[in-house]
Design a protein around this ligand. Sequence first.
Ligand code: NAD
Length: 366
Amino acid sequence: MSTITAPAAETLTVLGRMGEHDHEEVLFCHDRATGLKAIIAVHDTTLGPALGGTRMWPYATEAEALNDVLRLSRGMTYKSALAGLDLGGGKAVIIGDARTQKTEALFRRFGRFVDSLNGRYITAEDVGMSTTEMVNIRKETKYVAGLPEEMGGSGDPSPVTAYGVFCGIKAAAKTAYGADRLSGRKVAVQGAGNVGRHLVGHLIKDGATVYLTDIHDDKLAAIKAEHPAVNIVKPDAILSLDVDIYSPCALGAVVNNDTLRTMKCSVIAGAANNQLADESVHGPALMEKGILYAPDFLINAGGIINCSWERRGYDRKAAMAQTENIYNTALAIFKRSQEEKIPTYLAANQAAEQRVRSMRQAGLRF
Ligand code: NAD
C-alpha cells in the first residue's frame, strides 16, 4: 500500500499553501513610491469580518513573511471563535524595519490596500506597530481598530490582555490544584513588557509569589519600583525555577524539546502567541508530563475582545466583563481535554472549529 505524503511547505505554491488550512484570500501589496511590501491574509470570514493586527517585521524572505501571515491569520480565526466574538480571522504583515522604515505615506498606502478589501479585513496593531500608525491608516480606510481612546478607539489592549491571562491562570489553578486563589503559589513570568507589567500586579494582589525576568533591566526596575515584592531573576534562570506556574509573556516557541527537559512547573499559562514550538508534538508531551497547558489563543484573547468593542461603541467595562469570561471558557476546555483524554490545545482547536462549522452549516455566514 502506498503512503500519501504531504508536500513540504517550501515546495507548495501560494494556492497550495492556502489550501492547507483553507485560507480564503491573500492580497500581496506593493508600492514602489513608498517602498511598501505587505501581505494581507484573510483566513475565514464565516463568523464575521476578519479582524487581526498588522505586524511590521524585517522578514529575511518573502516565504518567511507568507508563512507568518498564513499562520497568524488562522490563529485569529480560532482566537475569536473561542472568545465568542462575531469575527473571522485575518492578519497582515509589512516587510520592513519598524525602527527605520515607518512613514505616513507608507501606512496611508497600506490603508488603501486594506480599504480595497471592503471590510472583509479589519486591521489593528501588532508587533512593530502603534496607535500612531493606526491613525495614519485610518486616513484611508474605516476598517481599522485599535485607535487611541481620544478618537473613540479602544486604546492600548495590553491591560485587558493581561487581565484575561490572569483569569486563564486562575482557571488553570482551579483545574490543577482545586482552588483558583493564587495565594501561596509561585509564578514565573517571562517578559516584563506591556502585558507582563500588568499581569504582575494582578498576581501579587491575589497573593502569588512572583518571579520575573526580561532581557531589559530598565523594564524590570520599573516593575520592581511599582511592586517591591516581585523577585527579579536572570533570563536563562526562569525556566528551571521550581515554581507552580510558568507564564510566558515574551516569545513564542518557548515550549520545545530543550525547555521541556528543564521545566519544573505544573501549569503553563501566559500571553505569548504560539508557545508550543510544534503543537502536535509538544501538546501531547506536556500532557504526558502532567503539565496543564492553557492554550495561548484561548487566554490571551483580551486584546481582541477589547478591539471588538470598538465596532459597537467602545465600552471598557463591558470589554473587561467579556474578558473575564475567559475563566469559564478555559475551565470548559480543560474539562473537555480531561474527559476526552486529548491535549488542551486540541480541545481548544476543536471547540473553535465546532463553532465555525455550525455557523457555516446553518448558512449563517458573514
Ligand atoms: P512587549 O514587546 O511589550 O513585551 C515583551 C517583553 O519580552 C519585552 O519587554 C522584551 O524585552 C521581553 N523579552 C524578549 N525576549 C525575551 C527573553 N528571551 N527573555 C525574557 N524577556 C524577553 O509585548 P507585549 O505586548 O507585552 O506582549 C507579550 C506577548 O504577548 C507577545 O508574544 C505578544 O505577541 C503576546 N500578545 C500580546 C497582546 C497584547 O495585547 N499586547 C495580545 C495577545 C498576545
